[in-house]
Design a protein around this ligand. Structure first.
Ligand SMILES: Cc1cc2nc3c(=O)[nH]c(=O)nc-3n(C[C@H](O)[C@H](O)[C@H](O)COP(=O)(O)OP(=O)(O)OC[C@H]3O[C@@H](n4cnc5c(N)ncnc54)[C@H](O)[C@@H]3O)c2cc1C
Length: 403
């Protein structure tokens, strides 16, 4: 009965605490030393990425029979939080692979598809990406114009372009992702709504190639973002996922995991900024005393602490009630991302302010985290889309307000 008093929502089991400890060690030893240079050079660290496979992190939520760790949403959040403490850009590549591609396949793929792709994706031999956005359709994702049409020989022919795809290319030579989890339009229903289907595209399939690598991004520069091009791309029938035209539901369900994982990135960014600004405020002196003695500095630290604690509690509470296999948590996956991402950006901003000129240069880390934090307000759904979804969901069912 008293267990709830000792329950740690961010490390609800020994296994979760161990994962956190392991990733934290890995981050300190392997991720932190390379983060600054990879951001500056806009380079994805493919070698380090493959190492995540050796630690079982690329298949964190995947059943063990396919080479995964068989864990839950909380574990996925822990990995995202810990990686983002040091390198959110590298973490974004992780998220696109492990949560958007690999988890999606494990939840929605057939046994045959899972057996074919998951072991390679979990080990890091194959790099995956998820392609939903297009040059002309982002928030309005269901307007997508990439189409798949059935040929007489039973194969599918895919035409269209996808935009902003994390891991779309895996190096600077433009080598495309090994596996693309692709959403395409396969028809329109009686009420004029689009029918969306999912296809698994493999590198080497005729008509699939990478487009431009998007350079000069504000943040998340250690992950590759690119366009993908499908020109009469021939896809065999066995690469259609699930029922034809029935992907909207699983697309939305995976967005919940994506939003939770992006909120976890915000928590990692915030914790790092707090740690660095607090240490700095104790060491730096002005007018003969540590700057933490000044009330205005205390406001930066105090407000950041309160926001960090609030986002952490909301994140892990949302993880606790979210299952990988069923949707229905949009209200809080949107809610936590809405709150945590802007708070993380503000906390990073305050960290720069506390650190003055030093906070403004790369060596002191927080300027990079500030740039990276901005993406969290756009990717996986913009702030405005979360506001819209929350209002819609509460209008439909206001009960959660009184719970
Ligand atoms: C670095 C990076 C990585 C990404 N990775 C991926 C990926 O791996 N896979 C993928 O599929 N996509 C990816 N994206 C795309 C991302 O999901 C989209 O950028 C995002 O959904 C917004 O779409 P958009 O950029 O087309 O903006 P738009 O949808 O054009 O929005 C522009 C503005 O209009 C507002 N707006 C639009 N509709 C409404 C509305 N109904 N009400 C109020 N305001 C509205 C938006 O909130 C925004 O402020 C990535 C983007 C970036 C920048």
């Amino acid at each position: 009965m008293d267990d709830w008093k000792t329950f740690d929502i961010a490390n609800p089991s020994e296994e979760h605490a161990m994962i956190r400890e392991m990733v934290r060690d890995f981050v300190r030893e392997e991720v932190e030393p390379q983060a600054l240079a990879h951001d500056r050079d806009e380079k994805f660290n493919l070698e380090l990425f493959r190492q995540l496979g050796e630690y079982g992190l690329l298949g964190i939520t995947i059943p063990e029979q396919y080479g995964g760790a068989g864990m839950d949403v909380t574990a996925a959040a822990i990995v995202n939080e810990e990686l983002s403490y040091s390198d959110p850009g590298f973490c974004l590549a992780y998220l696109a692979h492990a949560q958007l591609t690999v988890n999606n396949l494990a939840v929605n793929g057939s046994d045959e598809q899972k057996a074919r792709y998951l072991p390679g994706l979990c080990s890091g031999e194959l790099i995956g990406c998820m392609a939903m956005s297009e040059p002309d359709y982002g928030t309005d994702a269901l307007g997508m114009t990439t189409t798949a049409t059935l040929n007489d020989d039973g194969n599918w022919s895919i035409n269209g372009r996808k935009m902003w795809i994390t891991n779309g290319v895996i190096d600077d030579e433009g080598t495309p992702a090994d596996i693309v989890w692709l959403y395409a339009r396969t028809g329109t229903d009686d009420r004029g709504r689009p029918e969306i289907s999912t296809f698994i595209i493999e590198k080497g399939m005729e008509g699939y190639k990478s487009g431009q690598k998007i350079i000069d991004k504000l943040g998340m520069r250690a992950s590759n973002t690119s366009e993908l091009v499908f020109e009469d791309c021939i896809v065999p029938p066995e690469n259609l996922v699930g029922e034809l035209g029935n992907s909207i539901r699983h697309m939305m369900r995976n967005l919940e995991l994506e939003r939770i994982s992006l909120a976890a990135q915000a928590v990692g960014i915030s914790r790092r900024c707090l740690a660095d600004m607090t240490r700095y405020a104790g060491e730096r002196e002005a007018f003969g005393q540590p700057i933490r003695e000044f009330g205005q500095m205390q406001r930066h630290i105090g407000e950041s602490w309160a926001e960090y604690r609030a986002m952490r509690a909301y994140l892990y509470e949302t993880c606790r009630v979210t299952s990988l296999a069923s949707g229905g948590h949009r209200l809080d996956s949107d809610g936590v991302k809405l709150f945590a991402t802007t708070a993380a950006k503000n906390i990073a901003d305050r960290a720069i302010q506390v650190m003055g000129g030093y906070g403004y240069v790369g060596e002191y880390v927080v300027e990079r985290l500030w740039r990276d934090a901005k993406l969290l307000e756009i990717g996986g759904g913009t702030l405005e889309s979360h506001q819209k979804n929350i209002t819609r969901d509460l209008a439909k069912n206001p009960e959660p307000i009184e719970e």
